[in-house]
Design a protein around this ligand. Structure first.
Ligand code: ASP
Length: 355
């Protein structure tokens, strides 16, 4: 008998119609009444953590989720978190950094239509998630949605209404789930125990971290952006992620102010990380002069193939530890975790970014 714990947080999956629109208000008992058909060999418990639209997700909610998994870790074989789709990719990335080396699966799922609606994706998503969480080969943090299993560090919401709402960015999907069959494509130990070794352990014990620094700012560039706000952003935040264009670069309109701000701080005091607005294939600052100017003049981080959501979450996780050297911050950022990057620190050291 497999024991699965469902943690509910709200979102569309557990929403009901109200005069003001959909609100997440379903109790665990109501949710249990809607549960799809699950094999008799799987026992399910449900804990209601909160009832929020995931737009309202905060660091405090993340810590509550981490504590709930930590406190029940030994009692269950797998975990399914019902979560709103809007910020699910951020939560999945954050859990990938704050719960490492989990030999048990931690699955995030949700829906585009509430589970109580006649036409809904909630039942199949929940059924697939429970099935995946109960599979002896599953481990680590993943999103299960619309028949896809996506690494927690690689998910992105790409559709606001259709059922196929998530995509895996810069990494193939871990698996497909079709008619109750799990077809695995990636067999990396971060996500999958080797076939036939259902009880295999990586040897490393699960590690939980509940320190998160929310002071990470994401600045999306638009053509002709005014630099006026930059000094204030630098004053308030510990890290600034610049979501640049294409392969990456800083527009001339921002350059002088940005460089003046960067020059005021040591690299470990204010982290600047460059990423791209382009969904696939990552940043490549070395390609163009607009990218080389900043990467050649300052000690900054480059997200490369790490997704935007994972970049923000990884910095929030890293910067929760205070008084780290620049070398330590670089080492942690470029060290692959749960397949968030396929570029190793060694490759980076010999390359352009890591100096
Ligand atoms: N606004 C909802 C949420 O993220 C959307 C959803 O769950 O699909 O909570």
């Amino acid at each position: 008998m497999k024991k699965i714990l469902i943690l509910t947080t709200g979102g569309t999956i557990a929403s009901v119609q109200s005069p003001d629109g959909l609100v997440p208000g379903m109790s665990s008992e109501q949710l249990r009444g809607h549960l799809p058909q699950i094999g008799a060999d799987i026992a399910i418990d449900i804990i209601e953590l909160f009832h929020i639209d995931s737009t309202d997700m905060t660091v405090d909610h993340w810590i509550t989720i981490i504590h709930a998994i930590r406190d029940h870790y030994d009692d269950y074989d797998g975990f399914v978190i019902c979560h709103g789709t809007d910020t699910m990719a951020y939560t999945a990335a954050m859990l990938s950094y704050t719960i490492q080396d989990s030999d048990k699966p931690i699955v995030l799922t949700g829906a585009q239509k509430p589970i109580g609606f006649e036409i809904t994706d909630a039942k199949s998503n929940l059924q697939d998630s429970i099935l995946y969480a109960a599979d002896p080969r599953s481990r680590g943090v993943q999103v299960v949605f619309a028949g896809k299993v996506i690494a927690g560090t690689r998910a992105r919401k790409i559709r606001s209404m259709s059922f196929s709402a998530f995509s895996s960015i810069n990494l193939p999907e871990i698996a497909d789930i079709n008619n109750g069959q799990i077809i695995r494509y990636l067999t990396d130990p971060a996500y999958c125990k080797p076939a036939g070794e259902g009880n295999h352990s990586t040897g490393a014990a699960v590690r939980f971290c509940d320190a998160i620094d929310p002071n990470v700012f994401l600045l999306k560039l638009t053509p002709s952006m005014s630099p006026e706000l930059l000094p204030e952003i630098f004053r308030i935040y510990d890290a600034i992620v610049i979501e640049s264009f294409g392969a990456g670069g800083i527009p001339a309109s921002l350059e002088q102010t940005l460089f003046e701000e960067l020059a005021k701080y040591r690299p470990e005091e204010k982290i600047l990380a460059m990423t791209t607005q382009v969904p696939f294939e990552g940043s490549h600052l070395e390609t163009y002069a607009v990218g080389r100017r900043i990467a050649g003049s300052f000690q900054i981080l480059e997200a490369r193939d790490i997704t935007l959501e994972a970049t923000v979450a990884k910095l929030m996780w890293i910067l929760a530890d205070k008084d780290q050297s620049w070398e330590e911050i670089q080492r942690r950022f470029y060290t692959p975790i749960a397949m968030d990057t396929l570029i190793t620190p060694e490759e980076s050291c010999g390359g352009f970014v890591l100096r």
